[in-house]
Design a protein around this ligand. Structure first.
Ligand code: SAM
Length: 247
C-alpha cells in the first residue's frame, strides 16, 4: 500500500503522518486535499476559500504546495486555535483563519478565485439553495471543488442490508458523484468538469483508519469508520470529487 500511496499522493506523503493524524477531523484531510487539487489549477497568490477547514491542515498544505492565499473558514474550530497551527508553519502571510458559518459568510461577493471543501460540504451543501449562495463569493469563471465521504451509487430505496445496522440518519447526506453532478448542474450556475471518486478510495480509507487505531490517534469525537468499512467491503463507500467553474 505504501508504494501505491507514494504514487497517488507524492506531495502529502512528504508531511509527517503523526501531524496529519493529530489534526485531521475526517479521513486523511491531506490525501483528500491533494486528490482535489490535482484537478484544480492553483497558481501563486490566488485567493482560496477552504470551507469547513477543521484544523486547517488542508489550508496549510495548499499554501505550502501552491503558494496561494487561503482563508481557512470553520465553525467548530476557533480561528485562534488554527492561527497557532499557521504560526507554527510560519505561514502568517498566506493562511488567514476565520470563524464562519457556511450560510452566513463574512466575505465580499466575487472575492475568491477558488473555493474548496474537504469532507465538509455535505454538512451544509445538500440543500438546493446552497450552491447559488456559495457561488456568489467566487469570481466569474472561478472554481468550486469538493471532496467528501460518499457512496459510489445512490441506494435508490432501502439502505443495503450490509450497511443497515450501522447507518446513522445523518449519513443520508453521503451521496454519489452522479448525485452531486446533477445537484450542481441542474442550477445552470456551475459547469461541472470533474466528477469521479478517489481511485482505490475504500482501501485507502480502511488503511488510514487502521493506522489511526493501531497508533493511538483515533480521536473519540471523530468516530471509527472501520466497522462500516468492513461491512461495506468496498461496494459503496468512497470519496466523490466534484469540480466545476462558475458560469
Ligand atoms: C469532518 S470535519 C472535516 C474538517 C476538515 N476539512 C478535515 O477534513 O479534517 C467537518 C467540518 O465541517 C465544518 N462545518 C460543519 N458544518 C458547518 C457549517 N454550517 N459552517 C461551517 N463549517 C461547518 C465543521 O466545523 C468541521 O470542521
Amino acid at each position: 500500500m505504501l508504494s501505491e500511496l507514494k504514487k497517488q499522493f507524492p506531495q502529502s506523503l512528504k508531511y509527517d503522518w503523526q501531524w496529519a493524524a493529530k489534526h485531521e477531523m475526517g479521513p486523511n484531510a491531506l490525501w483528500l486535499t491533494e486528490f482535489l487539487t490535482q484537478a484544480i489549477a492553483l497558481n501563486q497568490d490566488m485567493k482560496v476559500l477552504d470551507l469547513g477547514c477543521g484544523k486547517a491542515i488542508s489550508s496549510i498544505f495548499m499554501a505550502k504546495e501552491f503558494n496561494v492565499q487561503v482563508w481557512a473558514a470553520d465553525l467548530w474550530i476557533t480561528p485562534t486555535d488554527n492561527w497557532k497551527r499557521v504560526q507554527a508553519e510560519a505561514l502568517e502571510d498566506r493562511v488567514f483563519p476565520v470563524y464562519a458559518e457556511a450560510h452566513s459568510l463574512p466575505f465580499a461577493e466575487g472575492f475568491f478565485d477558488v473555493i474548496i471543501s474537504v469532507d465538509a460540504y455535505h454538512y451544509f451543501g445538500t440543500d438546493d439553495a446552497y450552491l447559488p449562495y456559495i457561488l456568489k463569493f467566487l469570481k466569474p469563471g472561478g472554481t468550486l471543488g469538493i471532496v467528501a465521504a460518499g457512496i459510489r451509487d445512490e441506494f435508490n430505496g432501502d439502505i443495503p442490508s450490509s450497511l443497515k445496522a450501522l447507518w446513522q440518519p445523518e449519513m443520508h447526506t453521503l451521496h454519489s458523484p452522479q448525485w452531486w453532478r446533477q445537484h450542481f448542474a441542474k442550477t445552470g450556475l456551475l459547469n461541472v468538469t470533474t466528477c469521479d471518486c478517489l481511485p482505490n478510495g475504500w482501501a485507502i480509507w480502511k488503511f488510514w483508519e487502521e493506522y489511526l487505531t493501531e497508533n493511538g490517534f483515533m480521536n473519540p469525537g471523530r468516530g471509527n469508520d472501520l466497522d462500516l468499512l468492513n461491512a461495506d467491503g468496498g461496494r459503496y463507500l468512497c470519496f466523490p470529487r466534484i469540480i466545476g467553474q462558475k458560469q
